[in-house]
Design a protein around this ligand. Structure first.
Ligand code: ADP
Length: 471
């Protein structure tokens, strides 16, 4: 048998312990598929206060790690658990710098003032070094350190300065989940993180791109889009320099967690063979959310962080003119929360705005929806369209990034320009097919439900990439 590759997997979010979006889903699911391929993968994240230690049966281990930091020698306590339904070990690092009530101090949106990110910059620069010190303390010598997003982008930089030879043979894979959040640090942070001889500001994301041995992102189309404006988010120069080391691997979804035939969150389980049972979920959700109960009226859903990226300005009173119900689940910027809440208040029988984060309700919406909306301005991969398709909801998406790689004319509807005209025309096309061509509609549902959205193939691609690096 080939030698097992050891992978130290670093992420700010890991589902189900701590998640705000797709990053958490990826870190909670990809390792489960990697371990099945024989990879010795172990996951590491901060032990935020929000993590439910009892529910997930976290156990403190006797080993501790220590980190030389600008504040002195900092001691890290280590807790352990497994990813649910798997043997993947997860290490939670406990230290006062990491014990925050939420994963991020501020919503990660475009309007973030750089100086407001200060707590996150401090926290994640510390976490990255702490995670590297932890693997050494555990004696887990990884061939690959797989770092995700700006939070852990300093991995290779820190390894260059590593005081021991522990990481001598380690390679760093850096995965970009979203270029919109980059982590800009000024002199205060640079000093705090103890980065030596640094000139000017520090962009964590840029540093990750420049230094990692390989750079990946979460879909082939996004990997192309970020080489030029506007989707390069100002980092095109660095990305083009790494062009031959950059690739796009499409995300999968957790096929166990998102399985309508076994999903305990649903009012009624169903599969492609028992698709008529999906209606029971719709009726139940309509009732629960105070919408008019009617199986024949199509129901459109959207589940999202409510940020500029997601194209939410499309939603206005035009929705109420259609024979359709609209359900929104999300939290984020106040302007979008208010916009959706106001529409729901005006048209309570037609529109429901659930301004909260609720995993169970998310599953219920995927199961109840006929149509699922992802009109993003840009979308590195997007997972909600895949989850929706698995539950027989037909996606309407903007043709960008990973949405373009997963949705096509057989399983959904695409529109090109982010304008209300194009969006509502596409909605009308979908509504017409829904009411006039039920067989064509059902065919779309079937195509989406039968496709393999699991991590099996993407995990193989990551394994191939790890192997290439170790040659
Ligand atoms: P992003 O990473 O930009 O947030 P993705 O589509 O990749 O977008 O992933 C979003 C994930 O977060 C999905 O699992 C989705 O169901 C979940 N999600 C987003 N908002 C909520 C919410 N308010 N309640 C429950 N789940 C949510």
């Amino acid at each position: 048998m080939a030698k097992q590759i050891k992978v130290w997997f670093l992420s700010a979010e890991v589902a189900p312990f701590a998640k705000t979006g797709g990053l958490g889903d990826v870190a909670g699911a990809l390792p489960k598929s990697l371990i099945k391929l024989g990879v010795d993968v172990r996951v590491c994240l901060p032990l935020y206060d929000l993590i439910d230690r009892r529910r997930y049966k976290l156990k403190k281990i006797t080993k501790t790690a220590s980190v030389k930091w600008s504040t002195g020698l900092e001691k890290i306590e280590i807790y352990q658990a497994k990813l649910p339904e798997s043997r993947v070990p997860v290490y939670f690092l406990d230290h006062p710098f990491l014990r925050t009530a939420t994963i991020y101090q501020q919503p990660n949106d475009k309007d973030d003032k750089p100086n407001r990110k200060i707590d996150d910059l401090r926290k994640f620069s510390f976490f990255t070094k702490a995670a590297l010190a932890t693997a050494e303390a555990l004696g887990f010598k990884p061939e690959i350190v797989h770092a995700h997003d700006w939070h852990t982008a300093l991995t290779k930089h820190l390894l260059h300065q590593w005081p021991s030879d522990f990481y001598e043979d380690s390679r760093v894979v850096y995965t970009i989940h979203n270029l919109a959040n980059q982590g800009w640090a000024g002199p205060g942070i640079i000093k705090w993180a103890g980065l030596k001889n640094w000139q000017g500001d520090l962009n964590f994301m840029a540093e990750g791109i420049k230094t990692a041995d390989r750079v990946t992102t979460v879909s082939p189309t996004y990997a192309q889009e970020i080489l030029s404006r506007p989707l390069d988010a100002g980092l095109g120069r660095y990305l083009r320099q790494r062009r031959s080391d950059l690739s796009g691997i499409i995300n999968g979804i957790d096929a166990v967690e998102y399985n309508p035939a076994k999903d305990k969150n649903l009012f009624k389980k169903f599969s492609a063979q028992t698709l008529e049972r999906k209606k029971i979920n719709k009726l139940a959700l309509q009732k629960e959310l105070g919408l008019k109960q009617d199986v024949n009226i199509p129901l459109a859903g959207l589940i999202s962080r409510l940020v500029w990226q997601k194209g939410l300005e499309l939603f206005d009173q035009q929705m109420a003119k259609r024979n359709c119900q609209w359900v929104f689940l999300g939290t984020g910027e106040a302007r979008y929360e208010e916009q959706l809440a106001a529409l729901a208040a005006k048209y309570p029988e037609r529109i429901s705005a659930q301004i909260k984060f609720n995993d169970r309700l998310a599953h219920q919406i995927y199961a109840a929806a006929d149509i699922f909306l992802v009109p993003s301005r840009f979308e590195p991969c997007g997972l909600t369209q895949m989850m929706a398709m698995r539950y027989g909801a037909v996606p309407i998406v903007r043709a960008t990034g990973g949405l373009k790689d997963t949705v096509n004319k057989n399983n959904g509807f695409l529109f090109n320009r982010l304008t209300k005209t194009e969006f509502y025309q596409t909605v009308d096309r979908a509504l017409a097919e829904y009411s006039q061509q039920p067989l064509a509609w059902q065919r779309r549902q079937w195509v989406g439900m039968k496709q393999d959205w699991s991590w099996n193939e993407p995990a193989r691609e990551y394994l191939r990439l790890y192997r290439q690096l170790l040659k």
